[in-house]
Design a protein around this ligand. Sequence first.
Ligand code: AMP
Length: 382
Amino acid sequence: MDDVILPGNTIGVFGGGQLGRMIAIAAKRMGYRAVVLDPTPDCPAGQVADDEITAPYTDVTAAKELARRCAVVTAEFENVPADTLEAIEPIVPVRPSSRVLRIAQNRIAEKTFLAEHGFPVPKFRTVRSREELLCAVSEIGCPAVLKTATGGYDGKGQVRIEHPDEAERAWERLGKVDCVLEEFVLLEREVSVIVARNLRGEEAVYPVAENTHSRHILDTSVMLARIAPELARQAQELARAIAEALSVVGLLCVEMFVAQDGRLLVNELAPRPHNSGHQTFDAAVTSQFEQLVRAICNLPLGSTELYRPAAIANLLGDLWEGGEPNWAKALELPEVKLHLYGKAEPRPGRKMGHLTATAETPDDALRKVLEARRRLKAKEAS
Ligand code: AMP
């Protein structure tokens, strides 16, 4: 097969957090070498990879060093500066490309791309000036959500607007930067679908995940989502079509809203492994991390089938408030798996790890993983 990057070659990863760590684990398991570039030494991925380059993402010289040492380069998160990736594209294949990252890292570009290709998104308007803001509020109505075009994640950089009078203050709070104003959607639930695409355009679509958030941060995710099979099929087809329209090589996670009025709307694109796909590590024939390695190395893609329904619960730094969590207590449930990311400092809101549970049904998996997380806080020694 042409253009296949075989085991033994080195994969470069921009970003050394938990996603980079799990990419490195999958790569190493398949016999690849992994080098990570991250601004912080001893980062979660660096602990697993063969080597780490410690440099800011804007350091093009360091990025070129990574490029020269690798057969292919990927990014664990979409906010690696697209300019840095573009600068190394003449040296090494970057998958997904800087073009895809550029679209995903700017809400204006992302929503415009989706709308222009006929994909369903919440009603939105671009806001680059006071005039555009006032016009957007009158066209979209209230309640609405004002979101910064760049730099927002986990609910940062967004303000809900209940009344038109609040719009100017909300924009000031966001620093009067470029924004999108979108309708506030009454949500029935939030779901996401991960799609893999290799260089030959072969595609593999994961089952739909159903997600809950707490303080705008993903809290739990269940696979299979508890939605009608026809809606699940629609969500999977939507994600697949978007990955194809973007010509993604690698992974694309499409976050979606199921609105109370029945609409299926795209909220956000993440061209990388996603928190809502961590179930696949323990419950799928091919994990999202292995699938990324296969896709960027142009290998045949693996089956996305789940062995069993599964749920994950994130472990945030807040859990450490009363001291080190009682890991053994959670693992008394034999179908629960512990994933810790090797982060030294458990700050509130910081993703430190997750638990996965598999079960006969999605409901049982969710119950089990929540029970395991509850037990972590148990004071008595195991
Ligand atoms: P985002 O950073 O755009 O993914 O938004 C974070 C979370 O805020 C989403 O997962 C939703 O729970 C909520 N949210 C964002 N945009 C909207 C919207 N237009 N309508 C209702 N809820 C929203």
